[in-house]
Design a protein around this ligand. Sequence first.
Ligand code: DUC
Ligand code: ZN
Ligand code: ZN
Length: 487
Amino acid sequence: MSEFDLIIKGGTVATASDTFRSDVGIRDGRITALGEELSGSAREIDARGKLVLPGGIESHCHIEQESATGAMTSDDYYSGSVSAAFGGNTTFIPFAAQHRGQSIPDVLKLYDDRAGPKSIIDYSYHLIVSDPTEVALNEHLPAAFEAGITSFKVFMTYDKMIVADEQMLDILVTAREHGALTMVHAENNAMIKWMVGRLIDRGYDAAKYHAVSHPVASEVEAINRGIRLASFVDAPLLIVHVSTDEGANLVARARLGGAKIFGETCPQYFFLTADDLDRPGAEGAKFCCSPPLRDAATQADLWRHLQAGTFQLFSSDHAPYRFDATGKLSAGPNPPFNKMANGMPGIEMRAPMLFSEGVGKGRISLNSFVALTSTNAAKMFGIHPQKGTIAIGADADIAIWDPELSKVVTIADLHDNMDYTPFEGREVRGWPVTMISRGEIIVDGGELKAERGRGRFLKRAPFDSTGYAGTRTPELDPRRNFGAKLF
Ligand code: DUC
Ligand code: ZN
Ligand code: ZN
């Protein structure tokens, strides 16, 4: 019997901390050896001149998910996972959205039925909680955490999703008690509604006014409030899709103060601007996402934050709605901005864009790239070291990249169920060419090799807050509040 099922030979291995020349020996779906001149396998991949990286972990994407207004994303768990794999990912964690009136167990069953038969890569979900009833908080959420779904998202905006500050405190405390991580969409609902009302009343309804309707100040206010609420009860909080310098500054300052605050940002805020919304006809709808695209100065600020460590995650926020009546144009061929589905595709382009513009142009190191696209997500979402690294015993989830391969991005080459990409025409250098999941080659030389439904559900560990000082609120401390026990 051979010692290995597969050896990746002669590549440059990079993890979040190290870069080194090594062969990688794989047996029974796991990495069993790292070393020079490994032998003893019937199957070998020649990786000379290539980079051998941990498979990407896409931890913010909307797959086969209904929005609050009923729009269904165009990707299901098959097309979404295939597109993710071609983009360098071997794991993804989409959202399982609870809409008001739905029970959390029903939601999880629905998403199990959607994902299990279709996904080609390993997966979990973050719950979206919009209806934090007593039973949801005391029974259903703890049961979901126990089942390994140890993170969930809440919204500070959208009338059909919003949770009030008091509800948010209850949610944060429940999460803290059970070792779960709360994620938040932080924008101020009232400011947005006020802006939308004024803009529409005055006839400013083109796509570009979407960016105006979600002001920077609305994100900043909500991030500040979210951080204050989480720090008040010393609960971990991940601010997703941060799009502003001031918002990122708040995250950085809170982290410096010891709070368990984390930051995520997304490619669209680095590679597109609000000017992309100002296109003829309804074209601008393709660039309508929330928070909205900002400006060139903000792009430079966000790079600085990425370099300084403000952000732990660089996620796609893949929210695919086609440029037709099933998606962006559901309210007609030229809809007002407040009737356009919010979101844009990007699951396949996230890692290649960051590699090309970040690593390729010397803005971030290869090791930071691995951390931002894989390792940090594995750690934060309770799947490390099974996922997110190249180490003995880890799952053999590996992306082999050709750092010299240059291609011009075009929708015809992508694998999502979309009819446009916001990155059409960009020259991108450095692409994943071979993808391996648990030792199986799932993508090679532009071809899909994976069976539908081969992906497995990942039972995730609780959030690990080791190494964070945390915060102390005197009024919640029985030694300082006359003995009141409030948790
Ligand atoms: N928030 C997201 O995270 N994605 C799409 C739209 C939104 O509001
Ligand atoms: Zn959001
Ligand atoms: Zn999202």
